[in-house]
Design a protein around this ligand. Structure first.
Ligand code: NDP
Length: 454
Protein backbone atom coordinates (compact mmCIF):
# COMPACT_ATOMS: atom_id res chain seq x y z
CA UNK A 1 0.00 0.00 0.00
CA UNK A 2 1.44 3.43 -0.93
CA UNK A 3 2.02 6.09 1.76
CA UNK A 4 -0.77 8.16 0.25
CA UNK A 5 -3.30 5.31 0.46
CA UNK A 6 -2.20 4.33 4.00
CA UNK A 7 -2.44 7.91 5.22
CA UNK A 8 -5.80 8.48 3.51
CA UNK A 9 -7.27 5.28 4.91
CA UNK A 10 -5.99 5.96 8.44
CA UNK A 11 -7.82 9.30 8.45
CA UNK A 12 -10.97 7.83 6.90
CA UNK A 13 -11.10 5.03 9.50
CA UNK A 14 -10.55 7.46 12.37
CA UNK A 15 -13.36 9.65 11.10
CA UNK A 16 -15.76 6.78 10.27
CA UNK A 17 -15.12 4.15 12.94
CA UNK A 18 -16.85 0.74 12.92
CA UNK A 19 -17.83 0.94 9.26
CA UNK A 20 -15.71 -1.90 7.77
CA UNK A 21 -17.69 -2.25 4.52
CA UNK A 22 -17.34 1.48 3.84
CA UNK A 23 -13.58 1.31 4.52
CA UNK A 24 -13.31 -1.69 2.17
CA UNK A 25 -15.15 0.03 -0.69
CA UNK A 26 -13.19 3.28 -0.37
CA UNK A 27 -9.82 1.55 -0.05
CA UNK A 28 -10.30 -0.34 -3.31
CA UNK A 29 -11.07 2.91 -5.12
CA UNK A 30 -8.22 4.93 -3.56
CA UNK A 31 -5.78 2.18 -4.49
CA UNK A 32 -7.02 2.16 -8.09
CA UNK A 33 -7.05 5.93 -8.52
CA UNK A 34 -3.72 6.63 -6.83
CA UNK A 35 -2.18 6.29 -10.33
CA UNK A 36 -4.53 9.00 -11.58
CA UNK A 37 -3.78 11.24 -8.59
CA UNK A 38 -0.04 10.99 -9.31
CA UNK A 39 -0.57 12.02 -12.92
CA UNK A 40 -3.12 14.74 -12.10
CA UNK A 41 -2.14 16.56 -8.89
CA UNK A 42 -5.11 18.92 -9.35
CA UNK A 43 -7.39 16.20 -7.96
CA UNK A 44 -5.49 16.33 -4.67
CA UNK A 45 -5.41 20.13 -4.71
CA UNK A 46 -9.19 20.07 -4.95
CA UNK A 47 -9.36 17.33 -2.23
CA UNK A 48 -11.51 15.21 -4.53
CA UNK A 49 -11.07 11.87 -2.73
CA UNK A 50 -11.73 13.51 0.65
CA UNK A 51 -14.89 15.13 -0.73
CA UNK A 52 -16.08 12.00 -2.54
CA UNK A 53 -15.79 9.89 0.61
CA UNK A 54 -17.81 12.36 2.70
CA UNK A 55 -21.56 12.14 1.97
CA UNK A 56 -23.17 15.41 0.93
CA UNK A 57 -25.91 14.59 3.42
CA UNK A 58 -26.88 11.73 5.74
CA UNK A 59 -30.48 11.44 6.90
CA UNK A 60 -31.26 9.07 9.79
CA UNK A 61 -34.71 8.76 11.20
CA UNK A 62 -37.11 6.85 13.41
CA UNK A 63 -39.62 4.59 11.64
CA UNK A 64 -42.40 3.67 14.08
CA UNK A 65 -45.12 1.29 12.86
CA UNK A 66 -47.73 -0.99 14.32
CA UNK A 67 -47.64 -4.78 13.85
CA UNK A 68 -50.67 -7.02 13.35
CA UNK A 69 -50.92 -7.68 17.10
CA UNK A 70 -51.22 -3.96 17.80
CA UNK A 71 -47.69 -3.62 19.20
CA UNK A 72 -45.62 -0.56 18.32
CA UNK A 73 -42.36 -1.42 16.55
CA UNK A 74 -39.48 0.96 15.93
CA UNK A 75 -36.91 0.67 13.13
CA UNK A 76 -34.21 3.03 11.93
CA UNK A 77 -34.41 4.58 8.47
CA UNK A 78 -31.56 6.06 6.42
CA UNK A 79 -30.89 7.92 3.22
CA UNK A 80 -27.30 8.67 2.24
CA UNK A 81 -27.15 11.46 -0.36
CA UNK A 82 -23.58 10.84 -1.39
CA UNK A 83 -22.76 12.87 -4.48
CA UNK A 84 -24.76 15.00 -6.91
CA UNK A 85 -21.95 16.21 -9.20
CA UNK A 86 -23.39 14.64 -12.35
CA UNK A 87 -27.10 14.46 -11.52
CA UNK A 88 -29.70 14.00 -8.79
CA UNK A 89 -28.98 11.35 -6.13
CA UNK A 90 -30.00 7.92 -7.40
CA UNK A 91 -29.73 4.51 -5.76
CA UNK A 92 -31.75 1.81 -4.08
CA UNK A 93 -33.41 1.25 -0.73
CA UNK A 94 -32.48 -1.92 1.19
CA UNK A 95 -34.69 -3.52 3.83
CA UNK A 96 -32.68 -6.13 5.72
CA UNK A 97 -31.85 -6.62 9.43
CA UNK A 98 -28.12 -6.19 8.65
CA UNK A 99 -28.61 -2.61 7.36
CA UNK A 100 -26.56 0.02 9.19
CA UNK A 101 -24.89 3.32 8.40
CA UNK A 102 -21.59 1.79 7.25
CA UNK A 103 -23.22 -0.66 4.84
CA UNK A 104 -25.33 2.08 3.27
CA UNK A 105 -22.30 4.40 2.98
CA UNK A 106 -20.38 1.65 1.16
CA UNK A 107 -23.32 1.12 -1.18
CA UNK A 108 -23.80 4.86 -1.77
CA UNK A 109 -20.09 5.34 -2.46
CA UNK A 110 -20.08 2.50 -5.01
CA UNK A 111 -23.27 3.87 -6.54
CA UNK A 112 -21.65 7.23 -7.36
CA UNK A 113 -19.00 5.60 -9.54
CA UNK A 114 -21.40 3.04 -10.98
CA UNK A 115 -23.87 5.70 -12.03
CA UNK A 116 -21.08 7.70 -13.66
CA UNK A 117 -20.23 4.64 -15.79
CA UNK A 118 -23.78 4.29 -17.15
CA UNK A 119 -23.37 7.42 -19.33
CA UNK A 120 -26.63 8.75 -17.80
CA UNK A 121 -26.84 11.94 -15.68
CA UNK A 122 -27.28 10.44 -12.20
CA UNK A 123 -25.54 11.20 -8.91
CA UNK A 124 -25.35 8.54 -6.21
CA UNK A 125 -27.24 7.69 -3.04
CA UNK A 126 -28.50 4.72 -1.06
CA UNK A 127 -30.93 4.15 1.77
CA UNK A 128 -33.03 1.66 3.64
CA UNK A 129 -33.76 0.31 7.05
CA UNK A 130 -32.97 -2.53 9.45
CA UNK A 131 -36.61 -3.64 9.05
CA UNK A 132 -36.84 -7.34 8.10
CA UNK A 133 -39.67 -7.96 5.63
CA UNK A 134 -39.30 -11.74 6.04
CA UNK A 135 -42.25 -13.23 7.92
CA UNK A 136 -44.20 -9.94 7.92
CA UNK A 137 -47.73 -9.73 6.57
CA UNK A 138 -48.55 -7.50 3.58
CA UNK A 139 -50.28 -5.09 5.94
CA UNK A 140 -47.25 -4.88 8.21
CA UNK A 141 -44.98 -4.21 5.21
CA UNK A 142 -47.43 -1.54 4.02
CA UNK A 143 -47.54 0.19 7.40
CA UNK A 144 -43.75 0.13 7.61
CA UNK A 145 -43.35 1.54 4.07
CA UNK A 146 -45.89 4.28 4.77
CA UNK A 147 -44.11 5.31 7.94
CA UNK A 148 -40.73 5.22 6.18
CA UNK A 149 -42.02 7.53 3.44
CA UNK A 150 -43.66 9.88 5.98
CA UNK A 151 -40.12 11.06 6.68
CA UNK A 152 -38.31 10.31 3.42
CA UNK A 153 -40.71 12.43 1.32
CA UNK A 154 -39.13 15.63 2.68
CA UNK A 155 -35.76 14.75 1.19
CA UNK A 156 -36.55 13.31 -2.26
CA UNK A 157 -38.00 14.63 -5.51
CA UNK A 158 -37.77 14.01 -9.27
CA UNK A 159 -34.89 16.50 -9.59
CA UNK A 160 -33.35 15.89 -6.15
CA UNK A 161 -33.19 12.23 -5.16
CA UNK A 162 -34.92 9.26 -6.79
CA UNK A 163 -34.67 6.01 -4.77
CA UNK A 164 -35.28 2.52 -6.20
CA UNK A 165 -35.32 -1.08 -4.93
CA UNK A 166 -32.53 -3.28 -3.56
CA UNK A 167 -32.50 -6.30 -1.23
CA UNK A 168 -35.97 -6.66 0.31
CA UNK A 169 -37.48 -3.88 -1.82
CA UNK A 170 -39.35 -4.89 -4.97
CA UNK A 171 -42.55 -3.81 -6.72
CA UNK A 172 -44.73 -4.27 -3.63
CA UNK A 173 -42.65 -1.97 -1.40
CA UNK A 174 -42.11 0.63 -4.15
CA UNK A 175 -45.90 0.70 -4.62
CA UNK A 176 -46.63 1.34 -0.94
CA UNK A 177 -43.99 4.08 -0.79
CA UNK A 178 -45.15 5.71 -4.04
CA UNK A 179 -48.77 5.75 -2.85
CA UNK A 180 -47.72 7.43 0.39
CA UNK A 181 -45.64 10.10 -1.37
CA UNK A 182 -48.52 10.86 -3.76
CA UNK A 183 -50.92 11.24 -0.87
CA UNK A 184 -48.70 13.59 1.13
CA UNK A 185 -47.56 15.76 -1.77
CA UNK A 186 -50.68 15.56 -3.91
CA UNK A 187 -48.58 15.02 -7.01
CA UNK A 188 -47.99 12.12 -9.37
CA UNK A 189 -44.36 12.32 -10.23
CA UNK A 190 -41.38 10.04 -10.89
CA UNK A 191 -39.89 10.04 -7.39
CA UNK A 192 -39.11 6.32 -7.34
CA UNK A 193 -38.04 3.85 -10.02
CA UNK A 194 -39.00 0.20 -10.22
CA UNK A 195 -42.65 1.30 -10.37
CA UNK A 196 -45.48 -0.90 -11.67
CA UNK A 197 -46.07 -0.79 -15.44
CA UNK A 198 -49.54 0.72 -15.01
CA UNK A 199 -48.23 3.69 -13.04
CA UNK A 200 -45.01 4.88 -14.65
CA UNK A 201 -42.70 1.88 -14.50
CA UNK A 202 -40.40 0.85 -17.33
CA UNK A 203 -40.42 -2.45 -19.16
CA UNK A 204 -37.24 -4.46 -18.46
CA UNK A 205 -36.54 -2.69 -15.11
CA UNK A 206 -37.04 -5.88 -13.06
CA UNK A 207 -34.85 -7.83 -15.50
CA UNK A 208 -32.19 -5.14 -15.94
CA UNK A 209 -29.58 -5.92 -13.28
CA UNK A 210 -29.46 -9.66 -13.99
CA UNK A 211 -29.60 -9.21 -17.77
CA UNK A 212 -26.92 -6.52 -17.57
CA UNK A 213 -24.53 -8.71 -15.57
CA UNK A 214 -24.86 -11.41 -18.23
CA UNK A 215 -24.41 -8.92 -21.10
CA UNK A 216 -21.26 -7.73 -19.32
CA UNK A 217 -19.97 -11.33 -19.06
CA UNK A 218 -20.69 -11.83 -22.77
CA UNK A 219 -18.66 -8.68 -23.57
CA UNK A 220 -15.75 -9.94 -21.46
CA UNK A 221 -15.89 -13.33 -23.18
CA UNK A 222 -15.99 -11.53 -26.53
CA UNK A 223 -12.48 -10.16 -25.86
CA UNK A 224 -11.32 -13.79 -26.11
CA UNK A 225 -13.51 -14.59 -29.10
CA UNK A 226 -15.88 -16.68 -26.96
CA UNK A 227 -19.59 -16.67 -26.04
CA UNK A 228 -21.74 -18.04 -23.21
CA UNK A 229 -23.00 -20.88 -25.41
CA UNK A 230 -22.44 -24.19 -23.60
CA UNK A 231 -20.86 -22.58 -20.52
CA UNK A 232 -21.66 -23.93 -17.05
CA UNK A 233 -22.52 -21.15 -14.62
CA UNK A 234 -22.72 -20.85 -10.83
CA UNK A 235 -25.31 -18.30 -9.67
CA UNK A 236 -25.83 -17.32 -6.02
CA UNK A 237 -29.02 -15.81 -4.63
CA UNK A 238 -32.54 -16.53 -5.86
CA UNK A 239 -33.97 -13.01 -5.71
CA UNK A 240 -34.43 -10.40 -8.40
CA UNK A 241 -30.87 -10.30 -9.74
CA UNK A 242 -30.26 -14.07 -9.62
CA UNK A 243 -33.55 -14.87 -11.34
CA UNK A 244 -32.97 -12.64 -14.34
CA UNK A 245 -29.28 -13.46 -14.60
CA UNK A 246 -30.41 -17.09 -14.90
CA UNK A 247 -32.98 -16.20 -17.56
CA UNK A 248 -30.43 -14.36 -19.70
CA UNK A 249 -27.81 -17.11 -19.31
CA UNK A 250 -30.43 -19.53 -20.67
CA UNK A 251 -31.21 -17.11 -23.56
CA UNK A 252 -27.51 -17.07 -24.49
CA UNK A 253 -27.11 -20.85 -24.37
CA UNK A 254 -25.48 -21.32 -20.95
CA UNK A 255 -26.36 -23.78 -18.17
CA UNK A 256 -27.05 -22.67 -14.56
CA UNK A 257 -26.35 -25.32 -11.94
CA UNK A 258 -26.70 -23.44 -8.64
CA UNK A 259 -29.04 -21.00 -6.86
CA UNK A 260 -29.11 -20.07 -3.18
CA UNK A 261 -30.69 -18.09 -0.37
CA UNK A 262 -29.33 -17.16 3.03
CA UNK A 263 -30.03 -20.72 4.30
CA UNK A 264 -28.21 -22.76 1.66
CA UNK A 265 -27.89 -23.62 -2.03
CA UNK A 266 -29.10 -26.11 -4.58
CA UNK A 267 -26.91 -27.87 -7.14
CA UNK A 268 -28.82 -29.20 -10.14
CA UNK A 269 -26.77 -31.52 -12.37
CA UNK A 270 -29.32 -31.16 -15.20
CA UNK A 271 -29.33 -27.36 -14.92
CA UNK A 272 -32.09 -24.89 -14.01
CA UNK A 273 -34.23 -24.83 -17.17
CA UNK A 274 -37.03 -22.34 -17.93
CA UNK A 275 -39.69 -24.43 -16.28
CA UNK A 276 -37.67 -24.78 -13.07
CA UNK A 277 -36.83 -21.07 -13.16
CA UNK A 278 -40.55 -20.21 -13.42
CA UNK A 279 -41.12 -22.41 -10.37
CA UNK A 280 -38.33 -20.57 -8.44
CA UNK A 281 -39.78 -17.19 -9.44
CA UNK A 282 -43.17 -18.21 -8.18
CA UNK A 283 -41.73 -19.61 -4.93
CA UNK A 284 -39.61 -16.53 -4.19
CA UNK A 285 -41.73 -13.72 -5.59
CA UNK A 286 -44.86 -14.91 -3.85
CA UNK A 287 -42.68 -15.26 -0.71
CA UNK A 288 -43.92 -18.81 -0.34
CA UNK A 289 -40.76 -20.63 0.63
CA UNK A 290 -37.06 -21.35 0.73
CA UNK A 291 -34.72 -22.58 -2.00
CA UNK A 292 -34.32 -25.91 -0.13
CA UNK A 293 -37.75 -26.85 -1.51
CA UNK A 294 -36.25 -26.95 -5.03
CA UNK A 295 -34.43 -30.18 -4.15
CA UNK A 296 -37.68 -31.74 -2.89
CA UNK A 297 -39.39 -30.83 -6.15
CA UNK A 298 -36.64 -31.69 -8.67
CA UNK A 299 -34.80 -34.99 -8.23
CA UNK A 300 -31.76 -33.87 -10.26
CA UNK A 301 -30.91 -31.37 -7.48
CA UNK A 302 -29.33 -31.59 -4.04
CA UNK A 303 -29.59 -29.00 -1.27
CA UNK A 304 -26.69 -28.05 1.00
CA UNK A 305 -27.08 -25.68 3.94
CA UNK A 306 -24.57 -22.81 4.04
CA UNK A 307 -22.86 -22.15 7.36
CA UNK A 308 -22.09 -18.42 7.38
CA UNK A 309 -19.26 -19.00 9.90
CA UNK A 310 -17.47 -21.70 7.84
CA UNK A 311 -14.13 -20.96 6.15
CA UNK A 312 -15.59 -21.38 2.68
CA UNK A 313 -18.93 -21.50 0.86
CA UNK A 314 -19.48 -24.87 -0.90
CA UNK A 315 -21.53 -23.17 -3.63
CA UNK A 316 -18.27 -21.87 -5.12
CA UNK A 317 -16.63 -25.31 -5.09
CA UNK A 318 -18.07 -26.91 -8.24
CA UNK A 319 -16.67 -27.38 -11.75
CA UNK A 320 -17.87 -24.49 -13.91
CA UNK A 321 -16.80 -21.82 -16.41
CA UNK A 322 -18.57 -18.72 -15.09
CA UNK A 323 -19.80 -17.37 -11.74
CA UNK A 324 -22.49 -14.76 -11.14
CA UNK A 325 -22.55 -13.85 -7.42
CA UNK A 326 -25.99 -12.25 -7.05
CA UNK A 327 -26.90 -12.40 -3.34
CA UNK A 328 -25.04 -9.96 -1.09
CA UNK A 329 -21.71 -8.34 -0.12
CA UNK A 330 -18.66 -10.38 0.88
CA UNK A 331 -20.06 -13.75 -0.18
CA UNK A 332 -16.77 -14.85 -1.86
CA UNK A 333 -13.74 -14.97 0.43
CA UNK A 334 -10.15 -15.76 -0.53
CA UNK A 335 -10.66 -19.52 -0.20
CA UNK A 336 -13.83 -19.35 -2.28
CA UNK A 337 -11.98 -17.39 -4.97
CA UNK A 338 -9.23 -20.04 -5.00
CA UNK A 339 -11.85 -22.80 -5.20
CA UNK A 340 -13.46 -21.08 -8.17
CA UNK A 341 -10.14 -20.87 -10.01
CA UNK A 342 -9.27 -24.52 -9.17
CA UNK A 343 -12.64 -25.58 -10.54
CA UNK A 344 -11.96 -23.93 -13.88
CA UNK A 345 -14.01 -20.73 -13.47
CA UNK A 346 -12.50 -17.97 -15.60
CA UNK A 347 -15.42 -15.50 -15.82
CA UNK A 348 -16.83 -13.77 -12.74
CA UNK A 349 -19.51 -11.13 -13.34
CA UNK A 350 -20.85 -9.59 -10.14
CA UNK A 351 -24.62 -9.09 -10.00
CA UNK A 352 -24.38 -8.24 -6.30
CA UNK A 353 -22.58 -5.22 -4.84
CA UNK A 354 -19.05 -5.99 -3.56
CA UNK A 355 -19.65 -9.77 -3.25
CA UNK A 356 -15.91 -10.51 -3.28
CA UNK A 357 -13.59 -9.60 -0.38
CA UNK A 358 -10.35 -7.75 -1.34
CA UNK A 359 -8.19 -10.91 -0.94
CA UNK A 360 -10.55 -12.73 -3.28
CA UNK A 361 -10.32 -9.92 -5.83
CA UNK A 362 -6.50 -10.27 -5.63
CA UNK A 363 -6.84 -13.97 -6.50
CA UNK A 364 -8.95 -13.16 -9.57
CA UNK A 365 -6.57 -10.44 -10.74
CA UNK A 366 -3.45 -12.58 -10.17
CA UNK A 367 -4.98 -15.38 -12.23
CA UNK A 368 -5.94 -12.90 -14.96
CA UNK A 369 -9.49 -14.22 -15.27
CA UNK A 370 -12.29 -12.13 -16.79
CA UNK A 371 -13.46 -10.43 -13.59
CA UNK A 372 -16.22 -7.81 -13.84
CA UNK A 373 -16.65 -5.96 -10.52
CA UNK A 374 -20.18 -5.10 -9.39
CA UNK A 375 -19.95 -1.38 -10.02
CA UNK A 376 -19.53 -2.13 -13.74
CA UNK A 377 -21.25 -5.50 -14.15
CA UNK A 378 -24.44 -4.75 -12.20
CA UNK A 379 -24.92 -1.17 -13.45
CA UNK A 380 -27.72 -2.32 -15.77
CA UNK A 381 -30.32 -1.94 -13.02
CA UNK A 382 -29.63 1.69 -12.32
CA UNK A 383 -29.19 2.33 -16.04
CA UNK A 384 -32.75 1.20 -16.74
CA UNK A 385 -33.87 3.20 -13.70
CA UNK A 386 -32.33 6.17 -15.51
CA UNK A 387 -34.34 5.19 -18.61
CA UNK A 388 -37.48 4.99 -16.43
CA UNK A 389 -36.79 8.58 -15.30
CA UNK A 390 -36.44 9.71 -18.94
CA UNK A 391 -39.73 8.02 -19.89
CA UNK A 392 -41.47 9.63 -16.89
CA UNK A 393 -40.18 13.08 -17.92
CA UNK A 394 -41.41 12.56 -21.48
CA UNK A 395 -44.67 10.96 -20.28
CA UNK A 396 -43.97 8.20 -22.77
CA UNK A 397 -43.07 4.49 -22.69
CA UNK A 398 -40.54 2.65 -24.79
CA UNK A 399 -41.20 -0.92 -25.91
CA UNK A 400 -39.52 -3.94 -24.35
CA UNK A 401 -37.16 -4.25 -27.33
CA UNK A 402 -36.24 -0.55 -27.21
CA UNK A 403 -35.35 -0.67 -23.50
CA UNK A 404 -33.49 -3.98 -23.84
CA UNK A 405 -31.46 -2.59 -26.77
CA UNK A 406 -30.59 0.54 -24.80
CA UNK A 407 -29.58 -1.60 -21.81
CA UNK A 408 -27.42 -3.83 -24.02
CA UNK A 409 -25.71 -0.79 -25.57
CA UNK A 410 -25.10 0.77 -22.15
CA UNK A 411 -23.47 -2.46 -20.91
CA UNK A 412 -21.27 -2.50 -24.02
CA UNK A 413 -20.33 1.12 -23.42
CA UNK A 414 -19.48 0.46 -19.74
CA UNK A 415 -17.33 -2.48 -20.82
CA UNK A 416 -15.52 -0.30 -23.37
CA UNK A 417 -14.91 2.49 -20.81
CA UNK A 418 -13.39 -0.02 -18.38
CA UNK A 419 -11.15 -1.54 -21.05
CA UNK A 420 -9.97 1.87 -22.27
CA UNK A 421 -9.26 3.29 -18.80
CA UNK A 422 -7.38 0.14 -17.74
CA UNK A 423 -5.26 0.29 -20.90
CA UNK A 424 -4.56 3.99 -20.49
CA UNK A 425 -3.19 3.33 -17.00
CA UNK A 426 -1.05 0.32 -18.02
CA UNK A 427 -3.26 -2.50 -16.70
CA UNK A 428 -5.00 -4.02 -19.73
CA UNK A 429 -7.83 -6.41 -18.84
CA UNK A 430 -8.08 -5.13 -15.24
CA UNK A 431 -11.76 -4.18 -15.01
CA UNK A 432 -11.44 -3.17 -11.34
CA UNK A 433 -8.94 -0.48 -12.15
CA UNK A 434 -10.79 0.44 -15.34
CA UNK A 435 -14.18 0.87 -13.65
CA UNK A 436 -12.79 2.81 -10.71
CA UNK A 437 -10.74 5.17 -12.87
CA UNK A 438 -13.39 5.79 -15.54
CA UNK A 439 -16.09 6.48 -12.91
CA UNK A 440 -13.79 8.59 -10.73
CA UNK A 441 -12.59 10.85 -13.53
CA UNK A 442 -16.08 11.76 -14.69
CA UNK A 443 -17.24 12.63 -11.17
CA UNK A 444 -13.99 14.36 -10.20
CA UNK A 445 -13.91 16.58 -13.30
CA UNK A 446 -17.56 17.56 -12.74
CA UNK A 447 -16.83 18.44 -9.10
CA UNK A 448 -13.93 20.66 -10.13
CA UNK A 449 -16.11 22.39 -12.76
CA UNK A 450 -18.66 23.23 -10.05
CA UNK A 451 -16.25 24.72 -7.48
CA UNK A 452 -15.92 23.61 -3.86
CA UNK A 453 -19.65 23.02 -3.48
CA UNK A 454 -19.64 20.68 -6.53
P1 NDP B 1 -33.46 -9.72 -3.38
O1 NDP B 1 -33.93 -9.29 -2.05
O2 NDP B 1 -34.42 -9.86 -4.49
O3 NDP B 1 -32.67 -11.12 -3.27
C1 NDP B 1 -31.55 -11.24 -2.46
C2 NDP B 1 -31.07 -12.67 -2.49
O4 NDP B 1 -29.83 -12.77 -1.80
C3 NDP B 1 -32.01 -13.64 -1.79
O5 NDP B 1 -31.88 -14.92 -2.37
C4 NDP B 1 -31.48 -13.62 -0.35
O6 NDP B 1 -31.78 -14.78 0.39
C5 NDP B 1 -29.99 -13.53 -0.59
N1 NDP B 1 -29.35 -12.85 0.53
C6 NDP B 1 -29.63 -11.60 1.01
N2 NDP B 1 -28.86 -11.32 2.06
C7 NDP B 1 -28.08 -12.40 2.25
C8 NDP B 1 -27.07 -12.72 3.19
N3 NDP B 1 -26.70 -11.85 4.14
N4 NDP B 1 -26.45 -13.93 3.08
C9 NDP B 1 -26.82 -14.81 2.10
N5 NDP B 1 -27.78 -14.55 1.18
C10 NDP B 1 -28.39 -13.38 1.26
O7 NDP B 1 -32.30 -8.68 -3.75
P2 NDP B 1 -31.66 -8.35 -5.18
O8 NDP B 1 -31.64 -9.56 -6.02
O9 NDP B 1 -32.30 -7.13 -5.69
O10 NDP B 1 -30.17 -7.94 -4.76
C11 NDP B 1 -29.09 -8.89 -4.74
C12 NDP B 1 -27.77 -8.14 -4.82
O11 NDP B 1 -27.73 -7.38 -6.04
C13 NDP B 1 -27.50 -7.14 -3.70
O12 NDP B 1 -26.10 -7.10 -3.43
C14 NDP B 1 -27.92 -5.82 -4.33
O13 NDP B 1 -27.29 -4.71 -3.71
C15 NDP B 1 -27.41 -6.02 -5.74
N6 NDP B 1 -28.00 -5.16 -6.75
C16 NDP B 1 -29.36 -5.14 -6.94
C17 NDP B 1 -29.89 -4.32 -7.91
C18 NDP B 1 -31.35 -4.35 -8.26
O14 NDP B 1 -31.71 -3.74 -9.26
N7 NDP B 1 -32.19 -5.05 -7.52
C19 NDP B 1 -29.05 -3.36 -8.68
C20 NDP B 1 -27.63 -3.55 -8.45
C21 NDP B 1 -27.15 -4.38 -7.50
P3 NDP B 1 -32.94 -14.72 1.52
O15 NDP B 1 -34.21 -14.80 0.75
O16 NDP B 1 -32.67 -15.90 2.37
O17 NDP B 1 -32.75 -13.42 2.24
Amino acid sequence: MSDFVADFMAKLKAKNPAEPEFHQAVQEVVESVSLVLEKHPEYNTHKIMERMSEPERVIMFRVPWMDDQGNVQVNRGFRIEMNSAIGPYKGGLRLHPSVNLGILKFLAFEQVLKNALTTLPMGGGKGGSDFDPKGKSDNEVMRFCQSFMMELYRHIGPNTDIPAGDIGVGGREIGYMFGTYKKIRNEFTGILTGKGLNWGGSLIRPEATGYGAVYFAAEMLGTRGETLEGKTCLVSGSGNVAQYATEKILDLGGKVVTLSDSGGYIYDTDGVDREKLAWVMDLKNARRGRISEYADKFSSATYTPIDAGADSNPLWDHKADCAFPSATQNEINKKDAENLINNGVYVVSEGANMPTVPDGVEVFLKNKILYGPGKAANAGGVAVSGLEMSQNSMRYSWSREEVDNKLHNIMKSIHKSCIEAAEAYGAPGNYVLGANIAGFKKVADSMIDQGVFG
